[in-house]
Design a protein around this ligand. Structure first.
Ligand SMILES: NC(=O)C1=CN([C@@H]2O[C@H](COP(=O)(O)OP(=O)(O)OC[C@H]3O[C@@H](n4cnc5c(N)ncnc54)[C@H](O)[C@@H]3O)[C@@H](O)[C@H]2O)C=CC1
Ligand SMILES: O=C(O)CCC(=O)C(=O)O
Length: 387
């Protein structure tokens, strides 16, 4: 029986895919696999039983990726599964920033008992007037799953769209509308755009990306949107820029003490992916990834190990080895199998940075002795007999 636990609520559409071979447990200490959304995992003790973690979402900054890789724990995410949910909220964010919908709705609430409300509204509404987004310039930093959808939707809304992503994938580039202006220098976005939205992962290299220097370059009255992570932006500098009017509105999906009470911050409680559809898409993808790894040893959409696929496990025995990406590993594994008179009928070896993964289909069952020999190879982090 394989055991999984959920560190956040995970949609039933995904959990329902676990069959009788799986048991849901309450704590990580008992689990072979973990499903998580935004729960912080950096300080958690990771038990030896834990084989895999699936992030039902995109950002993995809440998970200690390297610590997991060192323990042979494969971490997955669900690329693109919540991108449409975020895209729609980014569009809403642009509209909330350009039309004073929040001010207007709040005014109606304060006047709700007033019998003259209809007449009064016609007099008062000018204080909530705004401007249109059609024809405005939108700069998008990061053209991955979300950035692309925002870019294409904004083109359809009549915006002039500038896109910046020095690492854009070929797949992503194919999906982008031809009407998007491809920008090679992010400063051009800062200097030219009326709206700027950021859709990059939180990494050491992207932390504080929108800093004082970037803000100084921006047009007066710019709107900045952040549905990626709060510490991508120097929010103290952002609040100062709001006070001087340099930035008209800062729309963020990440409430904190710096922004929550600021008049011109539109702060949303991390709702980007909180739609029925996104939650279901993420849960289904996350559970499928976990099951394929636990049952077949295949890795799809891992962020700390390479992708690897040998299809369904139909051989007598399948062994997965998580190991360091160093020389002579394969020769040591094949010698161990050969010396034990075992034939390898199929194998794959893949690497990603400092880590690698090897999957072997064998014609004989694996003995405890051979298993111990594999485990004792220097650089081996985990050996799993899948079948
Ligand atoms: N508010 C919410 O609920 C959600 C927030 N997110 C956040 O949004 C981020 C992006 O999500 P996706 O688009 O799904 O990820 P993705 O991985 O598909 O796209 C990220 C893109 O950023 C690009 N990039 C990386 N470094 C860059 C840099 N220095 N400058 C410009 N581009 C750079 C990459 O090349 C990639 O194309 C996630 O990492 C997560 O932090 C994601 C989903 C939901
Ligand atoms: O699970 C959530 O609601 C958070 C989504 C998110 O931030 C992500 O996928 O990176």
């Amino acid at each position: 029986m394989l055991k999984y636990t959920c560190l956040n609520p995970i949609a039933e559409a995904g959990l329902g895919l676990f069959d009788d071979e799986y048991e849901k447990v309450d704590t990580i200490e008992e689990a072979d696999a973990v499903l998580v959304r935004s729960a912080a995992m950096h300080d958690l003790e990771l038990p030896e039983t834990l084989e895999a973690i699936a992030r039902a979402g995109a950002g993995v900054n809440n998970i200690p990726l390297e610590k997991c890789a060192d323990k042979g724990i494969v971490v997955f995410n669900t690329p693109g599964a919540n991108a449409n949910g975020v895209k729609e909220l980014v569009l809403a964010g642009m509209l909330l920033a350009s039309r004073d919908i929040i001010g207007g709705v709040n005014w109606v609430q304060t006047e709700r008992q007033n019998e003259e409300i209809a007449k009064l509204a016609e007099k008062q509404k000018k204080q909530f007037a705004g401007y249109e987004i059609q024809g405005k310039k939108l700069g998008i930093i990061g053209l991955g799953a979300i950035g692309i959808l925002v870019a294409n939707a904004a083109v359809n809304l009549g915006m002039e769209v500038y896109g910046y992503d020095p690492y854009i994938s070929v797949d992503a580039a194919w999906k982008l509308s031809r009407n998007i202006k491809h920008i090679n220098d992010v400063n051009e976005i800062y200097r030219e755009c009326d709206f700027i939205t950021i859709h990059v992962p939180l990494l050491e290299s992207t932390k504080n990306m929108i800093n004082q220097e970037a803000i100084n370059m921006m047009k007066d009255g710019v709107v900045v949107l952040n549905f990626a992570r709060d510490i991508l932006v120097d929010e103290n500098a952002m609040v100062m820029a709001l006070k001087t009017g340099k930035v008209r509105k800062y729309v963020t999906d990440f409430p904190n003490h710096t922004t929550a009470a600021e008049k011109d911050c539109i702060v949303i409680p991390h709702l980007g992916a909180s739609t029925e559809e996104s939650e279901e898409n993420c849960a289904v993808m996350a559970v499928q990834e976990l099951k394929d790894y636990l049952e077949n040893g295949n890795i799809r959409n891992s962020v700390n190990y390479p992708n690897c696929d040998m299809g369904d496990c139909i051989s007598v025995c399948r062994v997965g080895i998580n190991h360091r990406n160093t020389k002579n590993m394969i020769s040591q594994f094949t010698s161990i199998f050969g010396n034990a008179d075992m034939n390898i009928c199929n194998m794959v070896n893949k690497s990603k940075g400092d880590y690698a993964y090897s999957l072997f289909d064998l014609e004989q069952p694996l003995s405890a002795e051979v298993l111990e020999r594999l485990k004792s190879v220097d650089g081996v982090l985990r050996v799993r007999v899948i079948k």
